[in-house]
Design a protein around this ligand. Structure first.
Ligand code: GLU
Length: 419
């Protein structure tokens, strides 16, 4: 049976990536067994009144993978396909991402199985407040700090912050990041993930002597990550030839004018029907003639059915887990280079960390300061992963994992196992 016909499990991918890195390390097998398991998992079933007067049950999750290096940190996702296996994988990826960026955080993720586009604003608010109250068993500024992910945004974070704060009787901005500026959000947070993708993709291009003006880019996904990455790559002088969103894709071999495209999207809600391009499918976006491919949608998109047709030389993973194991293997064998997700999209959680620090101190930094720190720390992490990858002759993902896992192991060894 081909891989694509097997049931896709994000946790299987996360665990296999972890084992692949462990094979290059000298770790106590008991610690390896410990790191495979999440620390705690909360599943909640909760009712929400819809605008039509009927009540509907929803299911949500919050998983803490590791609490060793600090409070847990990671986003909350609203998507119909959210399930425990996926949230568990995303929580583990956050542990490695946070450790790779040397943030004083463990890893967490949460989500609700819901299509937020099917709900009115009032329904979304009621769902968010009820979910926030259900997971208030776990979240706190010192313990676990949510942020936006697929299907959530600053408004959703504001409702979570408010729900938590009302229960306590005072404003607690540090309980979430990715908040609106008006309640203590940070300059630069909304764009941080897309900017980080661009910084690391450009750093990788630089390693191979690829000049922006000769570089064609394709971007799958035009949400908060993909649209910013497309704009930044275009501003850097790259030719963005293909982009897609949930409704379909567009292609122009001479490059799209991303500023005009963003206006089109603001007007119509989708990249589809942009006049200055040809329509293409989601698959054709991935296989478009390009040098850099930025998957910035969901996990498991690049599988063994599409990988053989991918033309890019560099894959910069804006999404978490965009490749299946088989898809990645095919590309690695062909010499394609990866900027792995836990490095490529870490700009989001990095500026989340800046936001959390600002919220705790009630003292705010300028946008210039934040963007300068973001750039410096992304480049530092990129160079560490690059050096480890070349010195040990391992792929960039395995290199990133070995650095991250070692940091978590060092923390476990320093703290010891209770009792
Ligand atoms: N959801 C984002 C991620 O996957 C951001 C998490 C955060 O800022 O805590 O990295």
């Amino acid at each position: 049976m081909s891989a694509s016909k097997r049931r896709y499990s994000a946790s299987d991918v996360a665990l296999a990536q972890f084992e692949r890195a462990v094979a290059h390390m000298d770790l106590d097998p008991d610690l390896v067994a410990y790191l495979r398991e999440p620390r705690r998992e909360l599943i909640v079933h909760f009712p929400v009144y819809l605008d039509n007067g009927h009540m509907r049950m929803f299911t949500g999750y919050r998983v803490h993978h590791s609490t060793v290096r600090g409070p847990t940190k990671g986003g909350i996702r609203y998507h119909p396909d959210v399930n425990l296996d996926e949230v568990r994988a995303l929580a583990m990826w956050m542990t490695w991402k946070n450790a790779l960026m040397n943030l004083p955080y463990g890893g967490a993720k949460g989500g609700v199985a819901v299509d937020p586009r099917q709900l009115s604003r009032n329904e979304l608010r009621r769902l968010t407040r009820r979910f926030a109250s259900e997971i208030s068993l776990l979240i706190s500024p010192e313990g676990d700090i949510p942020a936006p992910d697929v299907g959530t945004n600053p408004q959703v974070m504001a409702w979570i912050m408010d729900t938590y704060s009302v229960a306590r009787g005072y404003a607690t901005p540090a309980v979430v990041t990715g908040k609106p500026l008006s309640i203590g959000g940070s300059e630069g947070r909304t764009e941080a993930t897309g900017i980080g993708v661009t910084i690391t993709a450009m750093a990788m291009m630089n390693k191979f002597g690829m000049k922006p003006e000769n570089t064609r880019v394709a971007v799958q996904g035009f949400g908060n990550v993909g649209s910013v990455a497309a704009r930044k790559m275009w501003e850097e002088g790259c030719k963005v030839v293909a982009v897609s969103d949930v409704n379909g894709g567009i292609y122009n071999e001479n490059g799209l004018n991303i500023s005009n495209l963003l206006e089109h999207v603001a007007r119509t809600g989708t990249v589809v029907d942009y006049p200055d391009a040809d329509p293409i499918s989601n698959r054709e976006t991935l296989t478009a003639p390009c040098d850099v491919l930025i998957p910035a949608a969901l996990e498991g998109q690049i599988d063994d059915t599409v990988a053989p047709d991918i033309q890019a030389r560099i894959i910069a993973e804006g999404a978490n887990g965009p490749c299946t194991l088989e898809g990645e293997q095919i590309l690695l064998e062909r010499g394609v280079e990866f900027v792995p997700d836990i490095l490529c999209n870490a700009g989001g959680v990095l500026v989340s960390y800046f936001e959390w620090v600002q919220s705790l101190q009630s003292f705010f930094w300028s946008e210039d300061e934040i963007l300068a720190r973001l750039r410096r720390l992304m480049i530092e992490a990129f160079e560490q992963v690059w050096d480890a990858s070349r010195q040990q002759e391992i792929d960039m993902r395995t290199a990133a994992y070995t650095i991250a896992i070692q940091r978590v192991v060092d923390a476990i060894e320093a703290r010891g196992i209770y009792p």
